[in-house]
Design a protein around this ligand. Structure first.
Ligand code: TUI
Length: 315
């Protein structure tokens, strides 16, 4: 059976994290993934502490396994939510879209395992020095807010640079991606897009259908001009954003204002015109709706088979 330091450090059966996706990753999805033996993660996104507290309590009611809370460091409520997770002593905190340094002492004091998303070697080294349990090296193939480097380039460089376990993210939707991540030096994976098709994922049916219909070149990156590149499925919203981004008459403030609320419009309302349907480059590999348990079991079975057969190439 495939095991790694990630399983031991976090207390999970399988080294599979479910990404903390804004307006997607709620307590129900997180508990389903944790009950399946992976690590389910609640997204604190831009929400206030009351919403996040409610989700933590709901997750505890639905599973007695470890789970995580993802803190988006650009959130206007980051201070309050950072304090809340320490009070609640959630088992794991993952962070994204920034440097978690100033919050880490309080989280570590509360006994929380901190696993930041890192887009580079320098940031991986920094969070290791700050006491991180592991890092998530997320390549630019992923959905949502992205860094520059690909998973193929980033993971082995981060694995060489730190002693703590590396979890690979970005472009991983099946056992082939997961086996490849282990060959690059990762000891776990984080999947986001693959879990969009889970029965327990409560997004609007239009969002699920868009993922199931996606082709290889279905995603587009916008927001580079604002310093926050974001990958989403192409649609009228992403096309319009791309157009405004190139227009010198449009100010950065106007451009940012155009994007406000678009992720909610996709996930909650299923608004095909005005929503931002965040998804990674592997959306086309997501072919059917399944339970979170079926997804985790498929990933593990395929990965174990591929890694077991890998010696066939050496004669
Ligand atoms: O955070 C994500 N993915 C996200 S956050 C998000 S909400 C949002 N929406 C619109 C614009 C911006 C955010 C949607 N998807 N993934 C983890 C991630 N973290 N990707 C890249 C990073 C990252 C980037 C820079 C982590 C640390 C970092 O530090 C350097 C710095 O300058 O802060």
């Amino acid at each position: 059976m495939l095991k790694s330091r990630v399983c031991d450090a976090i207390g999970i059966r399988y080294p599979i994290f479910q990404g903390g996706m804004a307006w997607v990753s709620d307590a129900k999805l997180a508990a389903a993934v944790s009950n399946a033996g992976g690590l389910g993660i609640i997204s604190a996104m831009n929400a206030g502490e009351n919403y996040v507290r409610e989700q933590i309590h709901l997750c505890r009611a639905l599973t007695d396994r470890p789970f995580g809370v993802n803190i988006m460091l650009m959130s206007p409520h980051v201070e309050a939510v950072a304090k809340l997770v320490a009070e609640e002593k959630v088992p794991v905190v993952t962070t994204g879209a920034g440097l978690p340094g100033k919050y880490m002492p309080a989280w570590l004091e509360a006994g929380i395992k901190v696993v930041p998303v890192v887009p580079s070697v320098a940031i991986a080294r920094r969070v290791e020095r700050g006491g991180a349990t592991a890092v998530i090296a997320e390549g630019t193939e992923s959905g949502g807010h992205i860094g520059e480097l690909t998973t193929l380039a980033l993971v082995p460089q981060v694995a060489d640079a730190v002693q703590i376990p590396v979890i690979a993210a970005g472009g991983i939707a099946d056992g082939r991606g997961m086996a490849a991540a282990f060959m690059l030096g990762a000891e776990g994976v984080q999947c986001g897009t693959r879990f969009l098709s889970a029965y327990e994922c409560g997004i609007h049916p239009n969002y699920k259908q868009k993922v199931l219909d996606a082709k290889d070149i279905a995603t587009q990156v916008t927001g580079r001009r604002l310093g926050h590149p974001v990958r989403a499925l192409k649609n009228p919203f992403s096309n319009k954003f791309a157009e405004l981004e190139l227009d010198p008459a449009v100010t950065d403030e106007q451009l940012a204002a155009f994007g406000v609320g678009a992720v909610r419009k996709a996930a909650v309302d299923g608004n095909l015109q005005e929503g931002s349907f965040l998804a990674g480059q592997i959306a086309a590999l997501v072919k059917k709706e399944q339970s979170a348990k079926e997804i985790v079991d498929d990933l593990m079975r395929e990965t174990e088979r591929l890694l077991g057969e890998a010696s066939q190439w050496v004669r």
